[in-house]
Design a protein around this ligand. Structure first.
Ligand SMILES: [Zn+2]
Length: 315
């Protein structure tokens, strides 16, 4: 992921600052206690629990494989672990092999999963990338930049199967080739998996895409890129922050644009939300310090709760 405009301080709208217990325990509620009856009454739906602890376990399982750069045996093993988990939950899993036109010698592989028998294109994609940066001695573990998004999606897959009507309207997509071969993502290098999915789907694009990247770090600050986000989607995001009682210091807006996997979809007219933590000036990003020590079940739990709240609002 790359920033394409400088960071500017963002002052969020004044929001309530209820401390949420989301993700702190196996059975933590996704809604601030004082608000849950209202939300349940309004939506008329049962609120299922997203477990940050389970997501953390998924993250640890993927990281136990070591670095998982595109084309590596660890990447292939990771695909098998993801496919096995989703298949056991009843999701239909497809491997999508491809080679980027700029790097025809490279073999890449996205993973897509749908629930229910219908072949109708789903209205919303939940996505992340599962490749990690670097290769050989420079390969990084990518606990946050690689595994955290997948960990949240794998736990969301379980929660969604408890709401099959909702699950049938959603597709899970795990992108390969988000990371560039060069130092930074450019229009020609990186985001290969998301570009391929947009190209492959042609006229059958979803209405919405929510992309997760670096969403498991302890004490993270998420910053949704303003310039890539439709006004109504940003309103949904801010509304979800308020409803969940999350801190406006940790769930913010980046007043610019970002090169990440949401961009090919946004460019094709899909309404996107890129949930990505601030990595700028960090000491861990794209280094060996991006390991499980920086991942927290609470952080993963909050991200899962945010996605479930967005699904309630959008769907
Ligand atoms: Zn990266």
């Amino acid at each position: 992921m790359s920033r394409v405009s400088p960071w500017l301080p963002f002052v969020a709208a004044v929001m309530c600052c209820l401390l949420s217990s989301c993700g702190r325990e196996e059975t933590a509620s996704c809604v601030a206690p004082s608000q849950s009856p209202t939300i349940e009454q309004q939506k008329g739906s049962h609120i299922e629990d997203f477990s940050g602890v389970r997501a953390y376990q998924h993250c640890a399982t993927l990281c136990a494989l070591g670095p998982r750069p595109t084309g590596s045996s660890a990447y292939q093993r990771q695909v098998e672990i993801i496919a096995t988990h989703l298949t056991e939950l009843g999701w239909h899993v497809q491997s999508i092999p491809f080679s980027p036109s700029a790097f025809p010698q490279r073999r890449m592989q996205n993973v897509c999963a749908t629930f229910g028998g219908s072949s109708t294109p789903r209205e919303l994609i939940l996505s992340c990338h599962i490749d990690t940066k670097g290769s050989g001695e420079n390969a990084i573990l990518g606990a946050d930049d690689g595994a955290s998004g997948a960990a949240v999606l794998l736990e969301l897959a379980r929660v969604l199967t408890l709401q099959p009507t909702l699950a049938q309207r959603i597709e899970l997509v795990f992108f390969d080739g988000e990371e560039s071969f060069g130092p930074h993502i450019t229009p020609q290098d990186g985001l290969f998996g998301s570009h391929h999915e947009v190209q492959r789907r042609a006229e059958c694009l979803p209405r919405y895409l929510i992309n997760l990247d670096m969403v498991g770090g302890a004490g993270k600050t998420v910053a949704v890129p303003l310039l890539d986000t439709a006004e109504d989607m940003m309103e949904h995001y801010l509304s979800a922050v308020r409803t969940l009682g999350f801190s406006e210091n940790n769930w913010t807006i980046f007043p610019g644009s970002m090169l990440d996997d949401h961009r090919p979809f946004a460019g094709a007219g899909v309404r996107t939300l890129n949930l990505i933590a601030v990595f700028h000036r960090s000491t861990w990003w794209h280094t060996k310090a991006d390991n499980m020590e920086r991942i927290s079940p609470d952080s993963l739990g909050e991200t899962g709760c945010m996605v479930m709240q967005l699904l309630r609002q959008l769907m």
